[in-house]
Design a protein around this ligand. Sequence first.
Ligand code: HEC
Length: 153
Amino acid sequence: MKHFIKTALLTASLGMTIAAMPAQADETSDNAAVQTREHMMAGIGGAMGTLGCYMKGQCDLPKEVVGLLAEGIAYSASTGPDVFKAETPDATEKTTASADIWTNWDDFSGHFPKLQENALKLAEVAGDKAAMGPIMGEMGKSCKSCHDDYRTK
Ligand code: HEC
């Protein structure tokens, strides 16, 4: 049941993202799309960084907060396909997104559900570091494999 509600919420948030997409692309909308996806990714990066700090025992956080950080990653990951959908050939904004994203769309966008799934698993064991460790490891692999294939250096 808990899973069902989360899936419904994630689906609802996707619907809102689609409705907010600009109809036509130009330099301004391409730059906005670059910023949107970079801010989304930076949010995931920030939450992962905080969780890493917690795992190392450097940040003391209540397990509820740890769970919310993990859920936040799941929500962000669920926006991935919509946030990255727009190709941005006219962007003047600096981007490390590879053009391969849009020629291998199914492979690229297929990385997000796996990350989302693991982030929800992490939320369920929040506070239990022994159980969290391997899931964090899997999540880290998701980041790396997608970045290796779809980010330019
Ligand atoms: C589906 C592929 C994919 C996955 C999975 C993914 N990323 Fe990314 N990430 C990207 C791409 C592509 C960019 C480059 C975006 C750009 O520059 O336009 C990026 C950029 C970033 C950035 C830089 C954002 C900025 O401000 O420019 C950070 C930080 C980041 N990712 C963290 C993470 C972390 C942490 C994870 C795993 C928990 C992760 N990403 C998972 C594709 C992915």
